[in-house]
Ligand binder design. Structure first.
Ligand code: ADP
Length: 338
């Protein structure tokens, strides 16, 4: 191949690519490879261009008789760790082609999936272990003790309820995720919807002597009614759960201008202990809790805000959280009108 043919071939590849001759000289690179590995690597030793031992070994190992070799390479670019899958293949004796594919996102997605499975297993195992312990006790030690049986059955009911809520929230989350690309269009009148949510939580509010107030003018948004009920139920429930006993939870509707045009802001403000700013960026992650023990005690699954975030994003809206420690938190959902 002539120099011109080689450079045309490399330019035609949609990924960073580099050609090495005799294992010790970078013969040619396309523009993406220069951007990735540094200008001025042509003519230098491959170890100057690629510092990953695995890739250099693959370059040394591959030959006309061997199949293409795969190796991994990590790079720090603009403060971010990037991972590349490098395919090293021999074109002919003494001529090796390296093609780099960015697999950072795939790696991250894989890691998130593994974390998620580990979290779900852990969350399910805790109540399951308790249930199994109590079943064992009821079969033996507490067999003929009706009083103990009553107590243990109560705890078992609570633990089974916890598993049930967790499975319900997991299913809800996966449903919302599956539909996230389709923007809902049904006209939803928000004020009556919020009134419904508030009245369905009256029992919860009464337990702690809280009052929930609703202010603002009626407004209709394109949306999915059931999912919006879910969003505001989660937010008002959290305000009641993590608020101060006897507080007033304020739910308000107000107009808002956004980059996507006119919108409505629904704010849920409590008078609770507030959330330290360090937690705010991670609050909507699945299973993220500020105080795991407290959340569990309140019957929380740690999935409520993750569900809220996905539903709001399906509505092309925004979730904003502001909080002052010691004073309270404000969760706002901004929904576009058009
Ligand atoms: P949970 O089931 O634990 O309530 P969420 O996803 O609804 O899960 O909320 C995640 C965490 O955010 C909670 O565990 C709690 O620590 C915190 N949080 C949510 N809402 C509030 C609030 N109104 N005030 C204080 N903390 C809150």
């Amino acid at each position: 191949m002539t120099e011109v043919e080689i450079s045309r071939l490399l330019a035609g590849l949609p990924l960073p690519a580099m050609l090495i001759s005799d294992g010790e000289r970078v013969q040619a690179c396309n523009a993406q490879a220069l951007a990735l590995l540094g200008e001025g690597i042509v003519g230098r030793h491959p170890a100057i261009a690629v510092r990953a031992p695995g890739v250099l070994e693959a370059i040394g190992r591959v030959g006309p008789e061997t199949p293409p070799q795969e190796a991994r390479m990590s790079l720090r670019r603009e403060g971010q760790e990037q991972v590349f899958q490098v395919t090293v293949s021999s074109l002919r004796e003494g001529l090796v082609l390296c093609v780099f594919r960015d697999v950072t996102e795939e790696e991250k997605a894989g890691e998130m999936r593994r974390d998620f499975v580990a979290n779900v297993s852990h969350e399910l195992r805790t109540p399951l272990t308790a249930l199994m312990g109590f079943i064992e006790t009821l079969k033996h030690a507490a067999k003929d003790d009706p009083k103990a049986r009553e107590v243990f059955l109560g705890i078992m009911e609570a633990e089974a309820g916890r598993m049930n809520r967790l499975v319900r929230d997991l299913l809800q989350l996966s449903r919302v995720e599956a539909e996230e690309r389709v923007r809902p269009k049904e006209p939803v009148a928000l004020k009556p919807l919020l009134e419904g949510v508030i009245s369905s939580l009256r029992g919860v509010a009464e337990k702690t002597g809280d009052r929930v107030e609703l202010v603002g003018d009626p407004v209709t948004v394109p949306g999915d009614r059931d999912q919006l009920v879910q969003v505001f139920t989660n937010l008002v429930e959290n305000a009641l759960k993590y608020g101060r006993a006897g507080q007033v939870v304020r739910v308000s509707l107000s107009p808002e201008e956004t980059v996507r045009g006119p919108a409505v802001r629904v704010e849920v403000a409590d008078e609770g202990e507030g959330i330290d700013p360090v937690h705010l960026p991670r609050l909507t992650e699945r299973f993220y809790r500020v105080d795991t023990h407290r959340s569990r005690e309140m019957g929380g699954t740690g999935l409520g805000l993750a569900i809220v975030k996905h539903i709001v994003s399906r509505h092309r809206g925004w979730l904003r959280v502001e909080s002052v420690v010691g004073e309270g938190s404000r969760f706002s959902v901004i929904l576009p009108l058009g």
